[in-house]
Design a protein around this ligand. Structure first.
Ligand SMILES: [Zn+2]
Length: 404
């Protein structure tokens, strides 16, 4: 049974219900995005008026996802175990990338799609080798092995399109690549790869490599590697401490290029598109930039919905891997100050289209165990209705790709 039954949902995006096959799959992830994050992004960007909602909330089907990992020491998941559950249908331990609880590699949705002849892609504002994209296209027991993850992309899972940050893991120390070492926005960033020059390796394997916005706009290759930052494509810090959400290539632009490129494949495609800023800014209890990152994700969902209108047979899934920050949304109240330092109340933020204001109140700088909303449209999207487990997301997408 759907959890939400709002009349505002876009049932037009859902043509192709039943057991029609999903030719294309677009998975959009807000890392760290649970209910309160979606609501704060909604209130500040589109407001609380009847009929107004985020694009991600207007998709035809909705569910709630349990996020628990299979970890011997921790009940709350990290992004690696959560992404592995989504990508493989297997619960595993925190830090694990595409391996089960015993450390054995498990096939991923991206690899299944490639075996079915589809084009595949990874797009993120984080390092392209960070936990979420990595768990769709690599198999290591420790998420910190980012150069090995990049090597496995090139020599193992071979995504056709790889766009995001994390250049530092593609070049050995001493070779800065296109993004200078020790930049003023974060002097700690410098090349630290331990698998040789992987950008050269990618080019030898037929990837067109680009490092900036103009280069991406001009790129025509069917295989694209774009690295647009040393590490994340933003600076996650506390408010006023050098925090910055200004990706060198905005997420919707990276996503549009990925869809243009991948949709040239007659067999369809699978793409993961992640906005990492929601999680990283929530870790810093920085609601202003969490909202900005969330707005970028919603603009990207709009782009996916527009694409699906042109190309029926496209399954769109908008998911969050866990909650970050223990966020609540409160009225202004001088008498109610429940936290100090990092977890002090954050705001006020105007509610769009009104004279109202809300405060963001954080309870932690870590992940929490709250369920996350999932919304979907297109072939197979009814499989996401109800209260489900993160491993069920894998089964639902796999079944939609198979058409049964
Ligand atoms: Zn996190």
């Amino acid at each position: 049974m759907p959890i939400w039954t709002g009349a505002s949902r876009d049932h037009h995006a859902d043509r192709g219900q039943g057991h029609e096959r999903a030719r294309n799959v677009i998975v959009l992830q807000g890392d760290g995005m649970a209910t309160a994050q979606r609501d704060l992004i909604r209130l500040v960007t589109v407001g609380n008026q009847a009929g107004e909602d985020l694009v991600m909330n207007k998709l035809a089907h909705a569910g709630l996802v349990h996020t628990d990992p299979a970890d011997p020491e921790e009940a709350v998941t990290d992004s690696a175990a959560a992404a592995t559950a989504f990508s493989t249908g297997v619960k595993t331990f925190n830090g694990a990338i595409g391996v089960d609880a015993d450390g054995n590699p498990v096939p991923t949705l991206l690899e299944d799609a490639r075996r079915a002849g589809k084009a595949t892609g990874l797009v993120t504002t984080s390092q392209v080798t960070d936990a979420t994209p990595a768990a769709y296209a690599a198999h290591v027991t420790d998420r910190a092995q980012q150069s090995e993850i990049a090597r496995q992309f090139l020599e193992g899972s071979k995504p056709d399109v790889i766009l995001g940050g994390g250049e530092d893991f593609w070049y050995p120390a001493g070779n800065p690549g296109a993004w200078p070492d020790n930049p003023p926005t974060d002097p700690t960033e410098q090349s630290k790869g331990n698998r040789g020059n992987l950008v050269e390796r990618a080019e030898a394997l037929g990837y067109e490599y680009v490092s900036d916005r103009d280069g991406l706009a001009d790129a025509r290759g069917r295989k694209l590697l774009g690295l647009f930052a040393n590490e994340e494509m933003f600076e996650h810090r506390e408010e006023g401490e050098g925090d910055l959400y200004d990706p060198a290539v905005p997420l919707p632009e990276m996503a549009e290029k990925a869809l243009d490129t991948l949709s040239r494949d007659r067999d369809g495609f699978f793409v993961l598109i992640e906005e990492e800023g929601i999680d990283e800014m929530a870790h810093e209890n920085n609601a202003g930039l969490m909202i900005k990152a969330g707005a970028a994700l919603d603009a990207t969902v709009q782009l996916a919905v527009d694409f699906a209108r042109r190309q029926p047979g496209t399954l769109i899934v908008v998911q969050g891997d866990h909650e970050t920050g223990g966020l609540t949304i409160e009225n202004p109240d001088d008498e109610d100050e429940s936290g100090e330092e990092l977890s002090r109340e954050d705001g006020p933020f105007p509610v769009a289209g009104t004279d109202l204001e809300v405060f963001a109140d954080w309870t932690t700088g870590q992940h929490t165990g709250a369920d996350t909303p999932i919304t979907a449209s297109g072939p197979g999207s009814e499989r996401f209705d109800g209260v489900i487990d993160n491993t069920d997301v894998h089964g639902a997408i796999a079944a939609a790709m198979r058409g049964r």
